[in-house]
Write a protein of this length. Structure first.
Length: 274
């Protein structure tokens, strides 16, 4: 059997303070024994994405930064997992980049609304402005000023509590879609906007497997729970949305899981491939 199962991380197979979904490791091993590749497709930066990929023991390409970077897992040394550097030598495909002007403009707009953001580069994560959400960061991350913004950003997040401000910022970003793509996530405790270079979506990992590894689209499954997952769910031969995914994600899925349990994805995969 030939195929690929690619899963979003947070909210799909990984949960804050709980870790990976119960039974996930065993399920991935069972799927691998059938000759099917398992991988992750996450919006996380490589600083944390690579650690989780190593924990899962991935042996095939995976994507961080919403498909902006796709790279091959290296052979991990046990004490290497705490090193946050970017594994340039293992990189397969770099995504497009955002210009300094675009990043500066978006951060300035956010600042006028009393919001803050995170800007991701190859090796660095910059914090800017008022951080209302996601306030726990490694001690080595410092707040930046606008004059420190550079060309080459891979991704940017703006967060806040006021949903109306999120809608307002998204409306402004709609006028910049010739330069970027974006996703607005409404959550119970606030909102988050992910801004990516134009053309960068999670569907890029599907393109990679189809073009470089000659795996047919019908043999690729994508599983996710948020608007940023919609492009890969729609493009995959088997698109799967979790029970708590928003309406726009469920509408493009072939399968919608009916129970919002922590082990819903492993149970579905075990049933599908069993």
């Amino acid at each position: 059997m030939q195929g690929v199962v690619m899963c979003d991380l947070d909210g799909t197979i990984y949960f804050a303070e709980r870790g990976f979904a119960p039974g996930l490791m065993e399920t991935f091993q069972m799927i691998n024994s059938l000759g099917v590749i398992t991988t992750i497709n996450t919006a996380r930066h490589a600083r944390t994405g690579r650690v989780l990929a190593a924990t899962l023991g991935l042996k095939h390409p995976y994507a961080c930064l919403t498909g902006g970077v796709i790279f091959q897992p290296p052979i991990w040394e046990e004490d290497d997992l705490d090193i946050p550097s970017f594994p340039q030598k293992n990189e397969i495909l770099q995504g497009f980049r955002m210009s300094k002007k675009l990043v500066t403009d978006v951060l300035q707009m956010a600042e006028t609304m009393g919001l803050g953001g995170r800007v991701f580069y190859d090796r660095d994560v910059y914090l800017y402005g008022k951080q209302e959400l996601y306030v726990r960061w490694p001690e080595d991350l410092e707040y930046q000023t606008l004059d420190q913004v550079a060309d080459g950003a891979l991704q940017m997040f703006i967060t806040g509590y006021d949903h109306e401000l999120g809608d307002k910022l998204a409306e402004i970003l709609r006028t910049r879609t010739d330069e970027c793509s974006y996703y607005l996530f409404h959550q119970q405790d606030g909102f988050e906007i992910a801004v990516n270079p134009k053309g960068v979506t999670k569907a890029k990992l599907i393109d990679f497997y189809m073009d470089s590894m000659k795996i047919p689209r019908d043999a690729i499954m994508a599983v996710g729970d948020s608007p940023g997952d919609a492009p890969m769910i729609e493009k995959a031969g088997i698109g799967v949305a979790t029970a708590l995914a928003p309406k726009e994600v469920k509408e493009v899925a072939d399968v919608v899981l009916d129970k919002p349990s922590l082990d819903a994805v492993p149970k579905f995969l075990k049933h599908y491939y069993g």
